[in-house]
Ligand binder design. Structure first.
Ligand code: FES
Ligand code: FE2
Length: 317
């Protein structure tokens, strides 16, 4: 099923720093590169001559050249030049495996098979009254569903993010609603106390709404006086490795330097990483009997139910 999803493989800024770039999605090694026409290409990271990784190659005359014997592939994936036989037109079969690509929200998305859903919308990112702050990638030695479930979990804020997102003296979670819908999971009215929710230095209650739009793409909006939204795009590298990009959009704090907001997210996610990596079993158990659940775990319960309904077997048990 995830083969039919648009999933993030890299950010546009990563590709600007390194071209070609290697990536891995659902256990498949990929090469990401950008040719002279500006289109981003994502291919299987394999030269059809001797199976060398094309991501070790370089760009030559607008083509991607294999590092081993220099075969050059054009933007359609066709090999157009074999240096050992320059007079010969390369056989039509000398072609790289190409995939569908989209660039959206500063990320490069790939679908390994025919996509069945659009890239989930991040409305605040597209809203001019919000400022946009990209962060990540964050690397996890953990299954993508574990990473997403951690994003949905507010009950850990007072402990893992004490002083920033929560306070152990205010750890109660009031009742809220979470449900599985046709378009994923939605949880609304999650009220928690935060020490400094909007940069004014004053602690108060805030309300979170969470959505899981695709199995590894989730979102929240936090409403206090202002709105802060985050969109989490997680790449399942393989069953127990993931990387995620957190895109933030806020309609306040326009004078706060971007680097400060990114550093804040780096610190918060850095606090989550060892917790998530420590979780066992590594694969998210979809059998609701397997772990203990509380009322405050409603979002996670709905997420697990939904993954089960969808028949997701990658990163789950
Ligand atoms: S393995 Fe790529 S050119 Fe030979
Ligand atoms: Fe966290």
């Amino acid at each position: 099923m995830l083969q039919h999803d648009w999933l993030p493989i890299a950010s546009v800024s990563q590709l600007a720093q390194q071209n070609p770039l290697s990536g891995r999605l659902l256990g498949e090694d990929l090469v990401v590169w950008q040719g002279e026409n500006g289109d981003v290409q994502v291919w299987r990271d394999l030269c059809v001559h001797r199976g060398t990784k094309l991501s070790l190659g370089k760009l030559v005359n607008g083509c991607l050249a294999c590092p081993y014997h220099g075969w050059r592939y054009d933007e359609t994936g066709q090999c157009v030049h074999i240096p050992a036989h320059p007079e010969q037109t390369p056989p039509e079969k000398a072609k790289a495996q190409t995939y569908r690509v989209q660039v959206k929200y500063g990320l490069i998305w790939v679908a390994l098979d025919t996509p069945q859903h659009d890239i989930p919308v991040f409305a605040e990112w597209e809203d001019d009254s919000f400022r946009n702050i990209p962060s990540g990638p964050y690397q996890f030695e953990a299954a993508a569903p574990r990473v997403i479930e951690n994003f949905l979990d507010v009950a850990h804020f007072p402990f893992v993010h004490s002083g920033s997102l929560g306070d152990p003296a205010h750890a109660e979670i009031s009742d809220y609603e979470a449900q599985v819908t046709e378009n994923g999971v939605i949880a609304e009215g999650i009220e928690i106390w935060q020490p400094d929710p909007d940069g004014t230095g004053v602690g108060k209650m805030v309300t979170y709404t969470y959505k899981v739009m695709r199995p590894t793409i989730a979102y929240f909006v936090k409403t206090a006086a202002q709105r802060f939204a985050a969109y989490y795009a997680v790449c399942p590298i393989d069953e127990t490795q993931s990387q995620g990009w957190i895109l933030m959009a806020m309609n306040y704090g326009f004078d706060v330097p971007e680097s400060e907001l990114i550093t804040f997210q780096d610190v918060v996610t850095g606090e989550d990483i060892p917790i998530v990596e420590s979780q066992r079993p590594e694969l998210l158990p979809l059998d609701l009997q397997a772990e203990l659940h509380l009322r405050s775990d409603r979002t996670a319960i709905a997420y697990r139910k939904w993954l089960r309904e969808l028949g997701i077997t990658f990163g789950t048990a």
